[in-house]
Each structure stands twice: as C-alpha cells, then as structure tokens.
Design a binder for this molecule. Structure first.
Ligand SMILES: [Zn+2]
Ligand SMILES: [Zn+2]
Length: 196
C-alpha cells in the first residue's frame, strides 16, 4: 500500500469518528465504526484507493459525506449484477453493518443515485438499483422478476431514435428500451408443468 493512500484512509477514519461522535450524542446506542484501514479492507475487498477517492469526490460534489453505510451499500451493489431492490440491499448490508435500518438503506440509495454512483430502474413493480453505469438495456422475467443486462449496438439505438424523431417530428432527448419474457429457468419450469 503506497504511503499516501494509507494517509488518506487515516484522514477519513478521523473524519468519520467526528461525524460518528456527533451522531452518538443525538442517538445513544448507535453503532459507530470509524472506517480505518483494517475494517475498510474487510468491507471493501474490491475497491482500490483511486476508486475510493473517486467515490468520495462524487459524493462531495453533491454535498454528501462518505459514510460507512453509503460505502457498504455501494459495495453490495457493485458486487451484484442482479439489479436488486432496496430490501435485498438491506439484507446484504446487514451482514456487514448489523444495526443499519431499512430507512437508512432507502435514503442512502437515493444519495448514491443523486451522486451519480448508481442508477435506478423502473423495471417491473419494484424500484431496482444497478451499479453498472455503462449504456445497456434490461430484460425482465415476467414470472420470477429476474432482471438481466442486454447490450444493444449504439448504432441500432441511434437508428431507432432517428426513425422516432422523423415520425413524431420531435427532438429526441432520450429513450428507454426494455424487454420482458421468461428466463431460462422459468421457461424450463413452464415446459415441465405443461407436459405433466
Ligand atoms: Zn424467471
Ligand atoms: Zn443493468
């Protein structure tokens, strides 16, 4: 670990201690874990120092602080491609931060979204979250609710936009392309049931 990086984490640890102490006076029994180099490593097996600074910078850009909850939630989302909902995120984050509340998870997800660190998607009945910010589309299984990624060629989407613009005489500023159907497991199940 380069020396400058550990200095950075040490500084963050101090900052979070101060923030935690302020909160502790308001709400006793609150679980305060300052992020130190040791537990930061435990919580964040994948995030390197550069990435970590970038997360801090993006949050600060919108006036938000980096908290251990926000960091843990971001890590949970970055380690999954399942496009989970808030309750799933809550269950996963609880494994690392047992005292986190569902309300904190909901608010943190909105903060991370506002800071441009995650995206939310309105696919199916529940709001889902995605840490994959590259341009891609989604497909929803209408039976089990699973959401998978699809990568359509940008040229195809441009062509669709051009066609839509010329037909409606609109200036297109964006689009939303979604697919739905049956995932392989649900298709298998429905086939098995129909032959019973
Ligand atoms: Zn399915
Ligand atoms: Zn996605």
């Amino acid at each position: 670990m380069p020396r400058f990086a550990s200095m950075g984490f040490g500084f963050l640890g101090i900052l979070l201690c101060i923030e935690g102490a302020t909160r502790l006076t308001k709400k006793s029994g609150c679980d305060i874990i300052p992020i130190t180099i040791t537990n930061f490593d435990l919580m964040n097996g994948k995030m390197d120092a550069k990435n970590f600074e970038e997360v801090k910078r993006q949050l600060a850009g919108k006036g938000y602080r980096l908290t251990k909850q926000r960091l843990a939630i971001l890590e949970v989302l970055r380690s999954s491609d399942a496009h989970p909902d808030a309750e799933w995120v809550y269950r996963e984050v609880k494994k690392v931060l047992p005292h986190v509340s569902l309300g904190t998870v909901y608010r943190s997800l909105e903060v991370l979204k506002d800071a441009g660190l995650i995206a939310s998607l309105e696919v199916g009945p529940r709001r889902r979250y995605d840490a994959n910010l590259s341009e891609h589309q989604h497909i929803l299984c209408i039976s089990c609710g699973r959401v998978a990624d699809i990568h359509l060629p940008p040229s195809l989407l441009e062509e669709l936009e051009q066609q839509a613009a010329s037909e409606a005489d609109f200036t297109i500023t964006g689009h939303r392309v979604e697919f739905y159907g049956l995932c392989p497991q649900c298709l298998q199940k429905s086939k098995a049931e129909s032959t019973e």
